[in-house]
Design a protein around this ligand. Sequence first.
Ligand code: SAM
Length: 347
Amino acid sequence: MRELVEQLTSLGRLDNVSLKALLSQCAKDDHVLQLLRDSAVRTAREQFGLGIYIRGLIELSSYCRCDCLYCGLRRSNRSAERYRLTHDEVMECCKEGYRLGFRTFVLQGGEDGTHTDRWLTELVATMRREYPDVAITLSLGERGEESYRALYEAGANRYLLRHEAANEELYESLHPAGRGLRHRLDCLESLKRIGYQTGMGMMIGVKGQTIDHIVEDLQLIERMRPEMVGIGPFLPHRATPLGGEPAGDLRLVLAAVAIVRLMLPKALIPSTTALATLSPTGRLEGILSGANVVMPNLSPSDIRAKYAIYENKASWGKEAAEGLSALEAELQTIGYHIDYARGDFNF
Ligand code: SAM
């Protein structure tokens, strides 16, 4: 296994048989997992030093027209509490975020049919005008190329759209009412073409996913070379069809993060909120697997609980924007610190 880690570190890729062997071993062998993570951490430190970028997450709307089997915001979840932030509420979040030191704002939300291009471009343009030096990241799901272009021209810089599953059968089983994997990948191609720094990624441990599927995901990521990659565990939400399923395996998440770091040394990789929710040490373990970004919550406090993609989502304390000093103290326990720069991909 040591040779495989060395090969991945020096070449930035592995064939699928070797990737499968490495992932399977990491799931059960502490020593191999540690070798892989150590190598990923060395690579991340060469690129980013000991600084961790922060992104202020603003959860725009819990309305969603999609019906993804795993997600608490799915339209069939009648018990979900729905809200949408107004233009002014978002600008308030930005004001507070800017004051706290954030230089990236992430607007994330369900696919809310009332979010027309006009409303969104006005919002992005206002953010751009009032905060010319920040990066604006969008994560609003599948839209048309013209919509993505209008938002880019209004001032957005980055777009997160996890591919969710590279295997078509698995993708279809999780998104029976969706527009299909091909459409999602076309969206990612459009975003790249337009000039966005683009993010992909997937959950680990969602129902039906095997190690072979994760290998397919990793190979797709390696081929598409996104600037950002988000990987976190699946976490169940009781009001979804997958509510009775177990959460994803921490070790496999850490192994996948480390592999992506070695495949794409310069990628911006968050230690996800889902990882921090899965385990109290999850956020630090993600960083100690090669992640270099955290995304504290900047949403108004009274709506945070309503953006429930899974249950018990961490959005307080170190996951909250107002808890930056607690986050800094936590990072210092492993020798890291917050890097307040905007943290663009270094092309
Ligand atoms: N609607 C946008 C989209 O589809 O990209 C953005 C919002 S969506 C809620 C953000 C991400 O949450 C998804 O890409 C998915 O991977 C993740 N997610 C949803 N349900 C989850 C769950 N039960 N456990 C872990 N992650 C989940």
